[in-house]
Design a protein around this ligand. Structure first.
Ligand SMILES: *Cc1c(COP(=O)(O)O)cnc(C)c1O
Length: 417
């Protein structure tokens, strides 16, 4: 078969036009911001913007109670606090994630325990979660990675059988659906981030959905984001009964959030379509495992992550990545370099300088090989960026580029030529 010469070998690159781009913020956000300033207060309890933002978000998700926070990390910490996670508890979570998933666990002086992932959806493997449960386990923090839902039915079943709280980390998964249901509404709490890199941005910020619909649960969650203050309608209670941080959202973030929420469904639809069409364009390629979204689920692709079968292609993941870059197709070799438990904090067991607390409470070990599927994913993954402004040309070029590189390496004669 005639092989097209790779760009890195002097051939013509596939992609010759710049990626589509656009403005995320406009007059809609500016109008809300001016109104916020005109209130003469930027404090959430006195202003209207954060309240409106939470109402709109709750409406979009069909959830009555939600709480605002200063970041996604903060939102997860707030949910852990509301769930009653405390000193010496164990919390099961995923090893491929942002450290924001883990920070709240350690600030509660609880111990993160890592379960392995599905090799193709990159969601937490329910049987691995169950194998990690001990008498000390209090909660599961489920990470819906890259806009793809975890397998929530078996996870909720395991949690209920063991009496565990489920916190969903939806920082990368807006409008993502599991069997028709929005992720973030399935566990006890759904946590979101509005940092500048997510599907929607308020600069920084976060939200917690309180799915029980229980008022006392809501009040606990609300208080944990506000120094344990209970600020409701007319009453303010400031009794300090336990430690709670100040993770309040300001009216400025709430204002921008109101405008951003209106754009969110279209952003998610575009990313969904881009990712699914990318899969359709490369699904038949030998040696390439597309980013799998299980049947009946709806992915909103915060990024697209395929895997390279190095043996079948006869090249390394890094060689594939370099060749694809040569074709003008943006990509990165891997998402994070190593499973999060390989970070110095876990290897040295020092969450707090000069201390091994809370790790020293138990015989925990964060060694290589702890989550073999997750480690294999990170060794063989190629991350393809997805953006709502990318065009059909960008998609077609990405597909053509991946096909060209995969067929070049996969074809022995082509390789030797
Ligand atoms: C972004 C992110 C967070 C943390 O959000 P921040 O707003 O940056 O604190 C947590 N978990 C995951 C999976 C994320 O992608």
């Amino acid at each position: 078969m005639q092989q097209e010469k790779l760009a890195i070998h002097g051939g013509a690159p596939v992609k010759t036009t710049p990626y589509g781009s656009g403005k995320r913020f406009g007059l809609e956000e500016a109008k809300e911001l001016l109104e916020a300033l005109d209130q003469n207060t930027l404090f959430y309890h006195q202003g209207k913007k954060v309240k409106q933002f939470l109402r709109d978000f709750g409406e979009l998700y069909g959830v009555k109670y939600s709480v605002a926070a200063s970041s996604g990390t903060a939102a997860i910490h707030v949910a852990l606090g509301a769930a009653g996670v405390t000193v010496g508890d164990e919390v099961v979570t995923g090893p491929i994630t942002d450290q924001g998933t883990l920070i709240g666990i350690l600030y509660q002086n609880a111990v993160p325990v890592f379960a392995d992932l599905d090799p193709n959806t990159y969601g937490l493997d329910p049987s691995s979660i169950e194998s990690r449960i001990t008498s000390r386990t209090k909660a599961i923090v489920v990470v819906h990675l890259a806009g793809n839902p975890c397998d929530m039915d078996p996870i909720m079943d395991i949690a209920r059988r063991h009496g565990l709280k489920v916190i969903e980390d939806c920082a990368q998964s807006y409008m993502t659906r599991y069997k028709g249901r929005l992720v973030g509404t399935i566990g006890d709490y759904g946590c979101f981030s509005t940092n500048d890199f997510k599907h929607m941005s308020t600069g920084d910020g976060g939200m917690v959905l309180v799915n029980s619909g229980d008022e006392a649960d809501y009040q606990r969650t609300h208080a944990f984001a506000d120094k344990n203050y209970m600020r409701f309608e007319s009453t303010v209670v400031r009794d300090l009964s336990y430690l709670a941080p100040n993770y309040r959202m300001t009216e400025l973030q709430g204002a921008v959030g109101i405008a951003q929420l209106k754009k969110l469904p279209l952003v998610c639809e575009r990313r969904h379509s881009y990712g699914d069409r990318l899969t359709a364009g490369i699904a038949d390629l030998p040696g390439i495992a597309p980013h799998r979204v299980a049947d009946g689920n709806y992915g909103t692709y915060w990024f697209y992550m395929l895997r390279v079968d190095e043996a079948a292609l006869g090249c390394t993941r890094d060689q594939f990545s370099e060749a694809l870059k040569g074709e003008g197709v943006s990509n990165g070799a891997g998402y994070i370099k190593q499973a999060v438990y390989m970070q110095p904090l876990f290897q040295r067991k020092t969450a707090y300088p000069g201390s091994h607390f809370p790790f020293e409470l138990y015989d925990v070990d964060y060694k290589e090989g702890l989550c073999p599927e997750a480690e294999a994913i990170l060794r063989t993954a190629i991350v393809i960026p997805v953006n709502e402004f990318y065009t059909d040309t960008d998609l077609a070029d990405t597909i053509t580029g991946i096909r060209k590189v995969a067929l070049h390496f996969g074809n022995k004669e082509g390789r030797e030529a």
